[in-house]
Write a protein that binds this ligand. Structure first.
Ligand SMILES: *Cc1c(COP(=O)(O)O)cnc(C)c1O
Length: 374
């Protein structure tokens, strides 16, 4: 058997262990400490906007805290992009709120601004104005930032920007992760940078950050007596994990460059195959190309290719199965146009890691060529 080629595996810089060693030397083995502050500052300077960063245990916990900070509670409605990973939607349920799913458009594969407005109007007509909009940059491609913001502003609904897959991506030269009323990042094992597991909440004000950190550290009131007047969570990032993050921040841009090169390599080597198509990078968008995605002409071709790659010990993956198709969300109201269903049938994610070697890329490309051309 040839060695496994993974979809997207962790890629360390070599600097991580020195930050971890510092934490051990100072005995800062806790969910606070200099690496946590340092990692937050590194992210803040990278994003280059007037924002504040709270390092947390995961992207999911960052989404959960943003719903809590927006006061979303039992019975409220929250709009969520249907084509995404389930972690975007689950925290709505944690709050006892109702997800309302909205389909995508074909330029970016993210939430469709027109359908978003249709959904908002219909929810208002039915008696409840949605309390938030969760919009997701998919596979690193920025969603239609201006159009979504325009709709959100008309109806005065805050945006939670799920930038878990888009750290290093830009829209009109501004970093993804800075467009939401709240934004989130993920540093899970398969993301563009990883801390093994982790995430961040990005806020517009310092007091929102302080509130998030307060809730993330068990909501301890300022008293020596273990006093609590609110429900807390154990969501803070540890100082050891943050050390990995500090090392990873030193190579984020080079990971973006490599992932974009992977994508371009696939495109130039495979676009002659008429059953394969690629999504163009829309004007104003700079994608980190977290995952290299292709569309096949049918579900049968997609599955045939996936299995052929599996035989060569090459991991490829389906696109996210839309949330409106998930058994767990089958009762949720959805506003659909067929786009995400179609993408789910025909889409395939190819090996995309920043640590892919030339030899591995060649193996993937040649396996695909063999499948189509023989
Ligand atoms: C990975 C991911 C998350 C969740 O992040 P975790 O850090 O794994 O909790 C949320 N949304 C999207 C779109 C993701 O891809």
């Amino acid at each position: 058997m040839k060695p496994k080629i993974w979809l997207s595996s962790p890629h360390m810089s070599g600097n991580e262990q020195s930050y971890i060693q510092e934490a051990f030397n100072a005995n800062w083995v806790a969910p606070l400490g200099p690496n946590v502050n340092g990692f937050e500052n590194d992210i803040q300077s990278y994003l280059k906007e007037d924002i504040h960063v709270a390092a947390l245990a995961s992207g999911t916990s960052a989404l959960h805290l943003s719903l809590i900070l927006l006061g979303i509670t039992y019975g409220d409605e929250v709009i969520c992009q249907s084509k995404t990973f389930s972690a975007s939607a689950n925290p709505i349920i944690y709050q006892g709120a109702q997800p309302i799913f909205v389909d995508s458009e074909n330029d970016t594969w993210a939430i469709c601004p027109n359908l978003l407005e249709t959904a908002i109007k219909d929810r208002i007509k039915k008696g409840k104005k949605p309390k938030a909009i969760i919009a997701v940059h998919l596979y690193g491609m920025p969603y239609k930032v201006d159009e979504i913001r325009e709709v959100a502003n008309i109806y005065e609904i805050p945006i939670i920007e799920d930038s878990a897959e888009a750290f290093g991506s830009k829209y009109k030269n501004q970093c993804c992760g800075t467009f939401g009323d709240f934004s989130i990042l993920s540093f899970n094992g398969n993301k563009i940078i990883t801390t093994s597991g982790g995430g961040a909440l990005i806020t517009k004000t310092l007091s929102q950050k302080h509130k998030a950190v307060f809730l993330a550290t068990q909501a301890k009131d300022p008293s020596p007596a273990y006093l609590h007047s609110e429900i807390g969570y154990n969501y803070r990032m540890s100082n050891i994990i943050a050390g990995i993050g500090r090392g990873q921040m030193t190579i984020l841009d080079s990971h973006v460059t490599k992932r974009r090169a992977n994508y371009n390599r696939y495109k130039t080597s495979l676009e002659h195959i008429d059953k394969i198509s690629f999504i163009a990078e829309p004007e104003n968008c700079f994608s980190n190309r977290w995952l290299s995605c292709i569309l096949l002409d049918s579900e049968a071709t997609r599955e045939g290719l996936r299995l052929a790659l599996e035989k060569e010990n090459i991991e490829s993956r389906h696109f996210w199965k839309p949330m409106h198709q998930q058994p767990v969300f089958k009762e949720a109201p959805s506003y659909l146009n067929g786009v995400s269903d179609n993408l789910f049938e025909k889409g395939l994610c190819l090996p995309s890691g920043s640590n892919l070697t030339e030899e591995e890329l060649n193996r993937v490309i040649s396996a695909i060529n063999v499948y189509f051309v023989g």
